[in-house]
Write a protein that binds this ligand. Structure first.
Ligand code: FAD
Length: 326
């Protein structure tokens, strides 16, 4: 029987419909390895267990617990598996992606077992009393730390926020025995596969993001943001003003009422830097801003700022990058 370390951190990994680990896996296992021994849990069809377990080992999982999923049911099978995994491992903390599914499972699990839940953490640390969650709150104006007063600590981690990576390991694989709760679950009756036409990275969790604001002036001119993003291999984001003006779809919106991103590089083009925008990007490692107004608030948080007309600056940057890549 596998013995689990006293400092075990249980990491719920998500799998894509194609049977691969979701891109959040590396950051979650990296965060877990910083504070303890990562034990991964994958809840997926049996056919993909072996490859998912191998991939989790490469990302630093010491042990991988595998559980079968009822393909049609949402959330409940993963929550049931998490309950069984926590019973088996007795971890100090459970770390889950702050994704749509991750948030749902973490909330249900915490409510079911009466555990403390910390959401949207940007880091996981430890002090003498145990595991802590780090948060960036009030639009990034404050960094705060949370800790449970008792019980296992459930933490959802913002995708892309943790850059540290764990060393690869030869993970031992354990088939988890799960007692189905038979609680009511929403079921997927049918679905339609939509082929993505973009080769760009997904905004949530992207390592690089180039965003455009009202300063672009129109949807046609927003193409410059996309061109710059493609040269950098970045995802494309936007301010709410750009979305409201119809330059791009609302799924591009970064900020308080949009997507929160935490990339290594965030480029803000023609964005003033309102607090609601900053709330969704302030934790980026390096922020570059181009704005013609030297007093634009975005410069307060930018690591590199260019005061100038973006229609002059950005084409020059694109040409310089292309020349370097040639
Ligand atoms: P503006 O504030 O109009 O700024 C445009 C900038 O472009 C200016 O700084 C200007 O100097 C510059 N510029 C213009 N032309 C050029 C040029 N040629 N070259 C270089 N620079 C140029 N906003 C979000 O982004 N995300 C949110 O999630 C969000 N949620 C909100 C929630 C609430 C409840 C509220 C009240 C607001 C929210 N907002 C959000 C809106 C937010 O307050 C700002 O209005 C918005 O972020 C402004 O977008 P912007 O910077 O593109 O536009």
């Amino acid at each position: 029987m596998t013995e689990y370390a006293a400092d075990s951190i249980l990491v719920l990994l998500e799998a894509t419909p194609g049977g691969e680990l979701a891109s959040s896996a590396a950051g979650l296992l990296g965060a877990a390895a910083e504070v303890g021994t990562p034990v991964a849990l994958v809840v997926a069809p049996a056919a993909s267990h072996a490859s998912l377990a191998q991939a989790a080992g490469r990302l630093g999982a010491a042990t991988v617990l595998t559980a079968e999923t009822d393909a049609g049911a949402l959330t409940v099978p993963a929550t049931d598996a998490l309950v069984a995994a926590v019973d088996l491992v007795g971890p100090e903390a459970v770390v889950v992606a702050h994704s749509i599914e991750g948030r749902d499972v973490a909330g249900r699990f915490a409510a079911r077992v009466g555990a403390a839940l910390a959401v949207d953490a940007v880091g996981v640390t430890r002090d003498d009393d145990g595991v802590l969650a780090e948060h960036s709150v009030y639009g990034g104006a404050y960094n705060v730390t949370s800790a449970p007063t008792f019980g296992v600590f459930v933490i959802t981690v913002r995708q892309g926020a943790v850059q540290v990576r764990a060393d690869a390991r030869e993970a031992s694989v354990v088939a988890l025995s799960v007692l189905a709760s038979d609680l009511p679950a929403a079921r997927v009756e049918s679905f339609e596969q939509v082929t993505a036409t973009s080769s760009r990275p997904e905004l949530r969790g992207a390592a690089k993001v180039v965003s455009g604001g009202r300063g672009l002036g129109s949807g046609e001119k927003f193409a410059l943001v996309e061109e710059f993003a493609d040269v950098l291999g970045a995802a494309v984001g936007a301010s709410r003003a750009a979305v409201d003006a119809g330059y791009v779809p609302s799924s591009y919106q970064v900020g308080q009422t949009g997507v929160s991103v935490s990339p290594q590089l965030y480029v803000a083009l023609g964005i003033s830097g309102a607090i609601q925008h900053r709330a969704g990007m302030q934790t980026a490692t390096t922020i570059v801003a181009v704005n013609k107004d030297p007093d634009a608030p975005i410069f307060e948080i930018a690591d590199f700022g260019v005061v100038g007309d973006l229609f002059t600056v950005v084409p020059q940057a694109i040409a310089a990058l292309e020349a370097k890549q040639a």
